[in-house]
Design a protein around this ligand. Structure first.
Ligand code: NAD
Ligand code: TDX
Length: 330
């Protein structure tokens, strides 16, 4: 099997590449990644059999050449951070919409299988007391430039399946955590703030709920869909990990030996989604998938340990990231 992974140097893409490298040693893996975060290339260190191509998914010629040589495309590449999409939306339109269009046209031309990686944020948000969770039938209602461009990319995939018979599946996953996540994101930001001797920063009241899943469980879900999913179907990936942001900050402080109240409130995110929650029963019942990391605090402890031991990985990104947040009083 020859597999092309877009965005395979990113947080989740590189986790997936490591996972498949271990689980399917006879597969040939090629990664295309624009390295929008300088040091992401290090995320693939040690995987000598993986072919790495630095390039942009909007580059039709390059994408054509790579898709032609592979059997499957797994499409992770995206602009991925909500706060960045609020300060500068344009790259989100380019990569998430035009980039996905470029991939779709190429898999259509060469009749290749595609799996498109998406997010639960396309469904908008739930009230804190809503008994329902997101299902594949939940109507799209995205809130931010990030989530609206991800929603747009999903709709393109659905249209290419229906109009052109493209052999694609889609997965919408909840919030991932684990090693190699950029320090602009919530959990790594708080861990590294504490490691640098500052306080964690909670947006607004901190009552917003995210449904946490370990990145490796996301990877195993994607592999299950690649191997056994039905073309044209959408699968939701989640591990029943709902926690509000305040609870997560308190858990991080506790596990780093600090006072649980030693955090500060900063400016809220404009349009901040209140709650996400995934019903993953279709993936579990139809494809037999199960998450491995069912104890969030245990997974969080391992993640804290990883950031503590891998300062050389995150340090180069930290000052620039905090300077951006400072400008927004966040
Ligand atoms: P990330 O930002 O760490 O990784 C994205 C990767 O894509 C980066 O390595 C980047 O260099 C690459 N990239 C960006 N633009 C590109 C372009 N034009 N051409 C080629 N490569 C490009 O993000 P992530 O958190 O690993 O997210 C990966 C995917 O998973 C995204 O599609 C995201 O929407 C989705 N997702 C993320 C989460 C989460 O919690 N982080 C949850 C659900 C879904
Ligand atoms: O410093 C912070 N303080 C804070 O309270 C940061 C960076 C975030 N937050 C809050 C905002 C959110 O409610 O924490 C929550 C999580 O924030 P992010 O890590 O930015 O994630 P989110 O906006 O929920 O989006 C993530 O999950 C879905 C990923 O970044 C997306 O790529 C994915 O699609």
């Amino acid at each position: 099997m020859n597999i092309l992974v877009t965005g395979g140097a990113g947080f989740i893409g590189s986790n997936f590449v490591h996972y498949v490298y271990g689980q399917r040693p006879d597969w040939n893996i090629t990664v295309i990644d624009a390295l929008t975060y300088d040091n992401n290339k290090k995320n693939l260190d040690g995987l000598d059999k993986v072919e790495f191509i630095e390039g942009n998914i909007c580059d039709e010629k390059l994408v054509d050449k790579l898709v032609q040589k592979n059997d499957i495309v797994v499409h992770f590449a995206a602009e991925s951070h909500n706060d960045n999409s609020l300060s500068n939306p344009r790259p989100f339109l380019d990569t998430n919409i035009v980039g996905t269009y470029t991939i779709l046209e190429t898999v259509r031309k060469h009749n290749k299988r595609l799996h498109h990686i998406s997010t639960d944020e396309v469904y908008g948000d739930l009230d804190l007391d809503d008994p329902k969770k997101f299902t594949p039938e939940t109507p799209y209602n995205p809130s931010s430039p990030y989530s609206s461009t991800k929603a747009g990319s999903d709709l393109l995939v659905r249209a290419w399946v229906r109009s052109f018979g493209v052999k694609a599946t889609i997965s919408n996953c909840s919030n991932n955590y684990g090693p190699y996540q950029h320090v602009e994101k919530f959990i790594p930001r708080q861990i590294t703030e504490i490691l640098e001797g500052r306080k964690p920063k909670l947006y607004g009241t901190g009552e917003q709920v995210r449904d946490w899943i370990h990145a490796e469980d996301h990877s195993s879900g994607v592999l299950a869909i690649l191997e056994n999913g039905l073309v044209g179907e959408t699968y939701l990936i989640g591990a029943d990990g709902e926690k509000n942001n305040k609870e997560v900050v308190e858990l991080i402080l506790k596990n780093m030996g600090k006072d649980q109240n030693d955090y500060e409130h900063v400016n809220d995110r404009p349009g901040h989604d209140m709650r996400y929650a995934i019903d993953a029963s279709k993936l579990m019942n139809e494809l037999g998938w199960k998450p491995k990391y069912t104890n969030f605090e245990e997974g969080l402890k391992q993640t804290i340990e990883w950031y503590t031991n891998n300062e050389t990985w995150w340090k180069p990104q930290k000052a620039e990231t905090e300077a951006k947040y400072k400008k927004a009083n966040q």
